[in-house]
Design a protein around this ligand. Sequence first.
Ligand code: IPE
Ligand code: IPE
Ligand code: MG
Length: 246
Amino acid sequence: MYTLEDVDKDKLPKHVAIIMDGNGRWAKQRGKLRIFGHEHGVEAVRNTVENCAKLQIQYLTLYAFSTENWNRPKLEVETLMRLLVTSLRKEWKRLHKNNIRLTTIGNINSLPSKAQKELAEVISKTKDNTGMTLTVALSYGSREEIKSAVKEISIKVKNSIISPENIDETVINTHLYTHFMPDVDLLIRTSGEQRISNFLLWQIAYAELHFIDVFWPDFSEHHLVEAILNYQNRERRFGKTSEQLN
Ligand code: IPE
Ligand code: IPE
Ligand code: MG
């Protein structure tokens, strides 16, 4: 079993993003309702957040609810939203104690007002923390994010605030929800599915991808370290040749 000690602290990914998938199947395997899996998923979130903070990873982004997830049965959506509120209430002190700053990306206005209020409180209470930035993607869809960026930039062009010649990657970056963070270095998806499901399409352009055949509630320190070791053993060439890097 790998432990945090096995990680090379000099070659850490700056930004780790995780598609936390497989809660429903985890519950089904045990003959339980899907929500049972989501509840256990919260424990995996707590462990993963604290392990990443211990490793001094600077940015951790967790995909918790996609724009497409609104199409799930109403009861499941309501229960997930309730779980979000209770988890924030229960966990915020631990985040704060670990010097973690909470932020969100996504269409937060579409969440129930209770969830919005609870999020705003924890964001405000942890805003001066200087350790890891934990970003939760909620009602998040990458295409929607890109669409709103295009809209905002178009309005600025129309009002002569930006000229079309000056639209470069930096301008686009600054109009995305993720404008305050670097690109993703390592993207992990649990549950065995090998797809991106509308997550951070622009930001993962050069991320290393790690797909793992474990349902999210079972994701442990061992699996996190395994993903990071795997990342550390890859050569990130960014279009160059291997010889150019050495
Ligand atoms: C991920 O687990 C959690 C959310 C998308 C909210 P799922 O609920 O997608 O679980 P599976 O993929 O159906 O097993
Ligand atoms: C992706 O998981 C979204 C989150 C983990 C929040 P899904 O379970 O919704 O993805 P698909 O529908 O299988 O692609
Ligand atoms: Mg799923």
